[in-house]
Every structure is written in structure tokens, then in C-alpha cells.
Ligand binder design. Structure first.
Ligand code: TNX
Length: 548
């Protein structure tokens, strides 16, 4: 069923398409059109070229772009000015300096107020930009980022990064010039929940590998990292009251490798690092199915009192907690309590998918009890959309992972719950699952939901995706990455790039910017940036990749 991991995806040699695109000046054009025509204008902007990349030619597309005037030039004299007393703003200034110093070779001191340089302004009165929005103004004297919140400032920094040449991402000194096109960007996200999921159970990923992914998510303005911390093949988080979950249940993975788990300190470090990149970690313990690793670790959790062996295959749906046993709820309470204590964020995910070995009545009983436990420890519950077959509590979030062959009854059940107030995170398997193969030649990944091309992963509208679900019920989108076939960062990146930025754009950019033909050019311009970041992305033939 699975492709052999470790085998590289076939590389596709690409014709250079950009050279044939018309040269269009972005000056004087406002709105997204600027970003689109700007993309074409960049055909002259080779890595050694001197014209700045057009304003707005970023992923995600900004909400509003007004090119105007001459560019700003970052030079040896540029200072990063933090115009706020906030320690967080200062940290963002240091982060930006850390990004720009190695490649530009400029000192970029992080200092206080002034009229010139790169100015970071935190303005709590600037209500227009919402919780995560920002404004960027660029002219020959300065680039000024203004936001109401540090998160907004941080997202603005990601835009600034993308307006500079791709080689700014290199770790060694590169040739300038370092210009930012003149004009104004006013930007604000479409959805509050913009997420990527990493399955650390089927294969375990180190703290360093997770941090690397976090940095990549931040570049595309995602604000949530959902970690799938337990499954049949491995339990990945230390739970003090049930220590064997991690020490025994975490000692293998798909294919029989040594697996691993996060200590509580490891996990806190992931949460801290994510929060420094303005991402909230949503931990998932998958219940009541997908629990073989727990059942193997503690015999008493099994209805027959017999622990099954550890599992290293890739089947699903064969395990279940014992719903009638009292010990099950002591277990659930302990796990959720300890996990909630590790979670500064709002949400806790309890899985609930593919419980094929749990009867319907047992499923409903179990999920209703588990939801109450999450509430007791002060968290908002998220479950895979099967949760809507139980009784979602007020405030519950259902994560839709259906695909084109999902039956009408199942879709209607989710839509009906949404109409009654359950919020939705959309992660349709045949659109946003990053573990689906791109096409028949993709070596890594699965194909149960079909092939998911770059276009397919981008070309859908979350607001109207699920018939009957009110547009207002959509909290946001997620791109899950299941790891049955993935063993390291390189393989993660081969599947996530270039599809992840498209899902990120669906979460951030206004629907009015949605246009595959424009998007594919902006995405193609990300190719050299991926390369500078050491991301060995899949050169999808449908994307006009910019010259490296
Ligand atoms: C379905 S999506 C699953 C996972 C698998 C994935 C592989 C979902 C909630 N469950 O258990 O890893 O397919 O694509």
C-alpha cells in the first residue's frame, strides 16, 4: 500500500516560462491586480538584477496593495527601529535582524525611534488591522510596519522578508542591492484559524525537525500547529501519571524504527518556540480509536485485560479504548489534565476519527464524556468531524476531513452541526492533505483520497466548500501532514512544498484575490526562496518556477 520512504520524487525539468511573460509596470495600479501584474514585472528581476520585486508579489496575497513612489534601499546604514516600549516588539526587531544580517552582511542595529530605516510600530489604537493585521509603508526614507498587536507586526515582517530578494534567506553573505518597492500594503487575515498538522506518531520527529517546520509555517502566516501526538504506532508525549505510554508506547513507529517521545520539557520548548513565531500549538490525543500504543502500554485499558503488541504497520480502525470500563475515564482525565497543563493555547484536540472498532453507542458515550473532560480543564474541544455524530458541546470545533467520495449523509451531518453552532476547521483530504501524492509518479505519500496537484490544493473556497454549512461557521483551514511514509524534514518538505503556501493563502487572503493563474506566478516566485532556505520542494510542472 505504501511507497518506499526515502526514495526521491521524480524531478521535472521545467521550461523557463517567466521570460516569455509580458513586462507590466505595477506603478499606479492598486489592489490585487498590482500583485498580479507585478508578478509578471518580476521577470526582469533575476537573482543578480537590480529592480525591486513588485509590492504585493507575496504568498499569501495581501488584502490591499498600492504601489507608489521609489523603493527603499536597505544598506550598511540601515537601523531597525523598534518604536514601542514593548519587549515583544523588541524581540521581533531582534528576530528580523537575525534574519537579515547573515545574507546582507549589514550590522542592522536594533534601536529606538527615528524617521529612517526599518520601523516597527506597535500602535494599540490602530484598530483597523485587527488581531493579526498590519500596514507596511515603503518609501526611499523608510519601511514602516504598523500593527495593533505583536502578532500583526510579526506577520508584517514575513511580508517584508518576501519583498526582499530570495537570496536574503541564505545563511552566507550575498550581493545586494536590497530594495523594497515603494508603496503601501494594508493586510488582515480572512480566517482566525490557519493551521498545519504534523503527525509525529506514525514517524517520530525531533524537536529540531518540528522547529524547522514551525519556521516554515511562520513564513506563510499560519498561526496554528496541530500536533498529532498519539496513534496506534506511537505515543509521543510524556504523561507522568501513565509513564509507560511514552516509555513503552513511544518506542517504535511505522516500519519498526525506534520511535521516540517528547519529555515535558521538550514539549514546552516546542510550545515556546511556536509562540515566538506567533503559532499556537494544538495538541491531539486521538481517542477512542487509534489507541493501540496506549492499549499496548497498559493491559488494564483493554476490555479483555490483555495488552496487544506494539504496532508498526499502517492499517487504521482496529483499536479502541474500552468504553464501559471505569479505568478508561481515569486515564482520559489524567492525560487531558496533564496535556491541558502543558497548553497555553485555547484548544485541545481529542481525535475521534475512524473509530471503526467502537460501536456507535459506545462512540457517542465516549466522545460526550471526553468533551466534558476537556471543558473541565479549561480548554475548547476540537474533534475530527465524526464528533458531529456524537453531541458536540457548545463551542466545540469539528475538523472536516472528508473528500469527494464522502457520502451525502456524512456531509449533511457536519453541515447541520455547523448550522447549530459547531465551528468548522476545513481540511478536506482531497484538497489540503499534504500526504496525498501529487500524481501517479510521486514516490512518497498515499493516494486514498486521490492525487492532489498543486492547483487542486489551492483552487477551492473554504466559505462555500461544505454545502449547507453557513460561511460564518468556518473558523479556518488546516493542511494536515500524515507521516506513514515520511521519516525526516526532507520528506516532510517534499510533500508540504509547494502545496502548504496555497492552503496558507486560502486561510489568509481575501476571496477576491483568489485566482490560480495569478497565484501560480506568485508561487513560482517562491521557488528560489525555498531553495535559499534549503527546502527541496517538488517542482510541480503546472507552476512557472522563477530562475534559481
Ligand atoms: C486518515 S484523516 C486518517 C489518518 C491517516 C490518514 C492518511 C484522519 C482523521 N485519519 O489516520 O493517517 O488518513 O492520509
Amino acid at each position: 500500500m505504501l511507497a518506499a520512504p526515502g526514495v526521491g520524487i521524480r524531478r521535472v525539468a521545467l521550461p523557463r516560462l517567466l521570460g516569455s511573460l509580458l513586462l507590466v509596470t505595477a506603478a499606479g495600479v492598486s489592489g490585487v491586480g498590482a500583485a498580479q501584474s507585478g508578478a509578471a514585472a518580476d521577470s526582469r528581476s533575476t537573482p543578480t538584477g537590480t529592480s525591486p520585486r513588485p509590492l504585493g508579489r507575496t504568498v499569501p496575497a495581501p488584502a490591499r496593495v498600492k504601489p507608489a513612489g521609489s523603493p527603499y534601499s536597505l544598506t550598511a546604514k540601515t537601523a531597525i527601529r523598534v518604536e514601542s516600549d514593548s519587549a515583544e516588539a523588541r524581540r521581533i526587531g531582534d528576530y528580523l535582524a537575525g534574519l537579515l544580517r547573515p545574507s546582507t552582511g549589514h550590522p542592522l542595529p536594533v534601536t529606538g525611534r527615528g524617521a529612517d530605516g526599518i520601523r516597527l510600530r506597535l500602535d494599540p489604537q490602530d484598530g483597523g488591522a485587527g488581531d493579526e493585521g498590519y500596514t507596511l509603508r515603503s518609501d526611499p526614507e523608510s519601511v514602516t510596519l504598523t500593527a495593533r498587536t505583536p502578532a500583526g507586526l510579526f506577520h508584517g515582517v514575513q511580508t517584508l522578508r518576501q519583498l526582499l530578494p530570495a537570496r536574503v534567506e541564505e545563511k552566507s553573505r550575498q550581493k545586494g542591492p536590497w530594495q523594497v518597492a515603494g508603496g503601501t500594503i494594508e493586510d488582515v487575515p480572512r480566517y482566525a484559524y490557519r493551521s498545519a498538522m504534523l503527525d509525529v506518531s506514525r514517524h517520530f520527529f525531533s524537536v529540531a525537525e518540528v522547529k524547522r517546520y514551525i519556521d516554515q509555517l511562520a513564513l506563510y502566516k499560519l498561526n496554528t500547529l496541530h500536533l498529532h501526538l498519539s496513534d496506534d504506532q506511537g505515543w509521543r508525549i510524556a504523561i507522568d501519571s501513565w509513564p509507560r505510554l511514552a516509555t513503552y508506547g513511544g518506542r517504535t513507529e511505522v516500519g519498526g524504527g525506534t520511535g521516540g517521545h517528547y519529555t515535558k520539557d521538550d514539549y514546552k520548548e516546542i510550545v515556546r518556540y511556536a509562540s515566538s513565531r506567533y503559532l499556537e500549538v494544538v495538541p491531539e490525543i486521538d481517542l477512542p480509536g487509534h489507541t493501540n500504543a496506549a492499549l499496548a502500554s497498559y493491559a488494564e485499558l483493554n476490555c479483555d485485560g490483555v495488552a496487544p503488541p506494539l504496532y508498526t504497520g499502517t492499517d487504521v480502525g482496529f483499536s479502541s479504548l474500552c468504553v464501559p470500563k471505569a479505568v478508561t475515564y481515569g486515564f482520559v482525565d489524567d492525560v487531558i489534565r496533564e496535556l491541558a497543563a502543558l497548553t497555553p493555547g485555547k484548544y485541545l484536540h481529542i481525535g475521534g476519527d475512524e473509530a471503526h472498532s467502537t460501536s456507535h453507542d459506545d462512540y457517542v458515550t465516549f466522545m460526550n464524556k471526553a468533551q466534558a473532560v476537556v471543558g473541565r480543564y479549561g480548554k475548547t474541544v476540537i474533534g475530527w468531524h465524526q464528533l458531529t455524530g456524537a453531541t458536540p458541546v457548545a463551542g466545540a470545533v469539528a475538523q472536516y476531513w472528508g473528500y469527494d467520495r464522502t457520502g451525502a449523509a456524512e456531509r449533511e451531518q457536519v453541515a447541520a452541526a455547523a448550522a447549530k453552532g459547531t465551528k468548522l476547521v476545513l481540511s478536506p483530504a482531497d484538497r489540503s492533505y499534504l500526504d496525498m501524492k501529487y500524481d501517479k509518479d510521486t514516490e512518497l505519500g498515499l493516494s486514498w483520497a486521490g492525487y492532489v496537484s498543486v492547483r487542486r490544493s489551492y483552487d477551492w473556497d473554504p466559505a462555500v466548500y461544505l454545502d449547507g454549512a453557513p460561511a460564518g461557521s468556518v473558523l479556518g483551514v488546516e493542511a494536515p501532514l500524515w507521516s506513514e511514509t515520511l521519516t525526516n524534514s526532507d520528506e516532510i518538505e517534499r510533500m508540504a512544498f509547494p502545496r502548504l503556501p496555497g492552503v496558507a493563502e486560502l486561510g489568509w487572503s481575501p476571496a477576491s484575490t483568489h485566482d490560480w493563474d495569478a497565484y501560480k506566478v506568485r508561487l513560482g516566485a517562491q521557488g528560489p526562496r525555498f531553495s535559499a532556505l534549503g527546502i527541496d520542494y517538488y517542482r510541480a510542472p503546472e507552476v512557472p518556477w522563477a530562475a534559481e
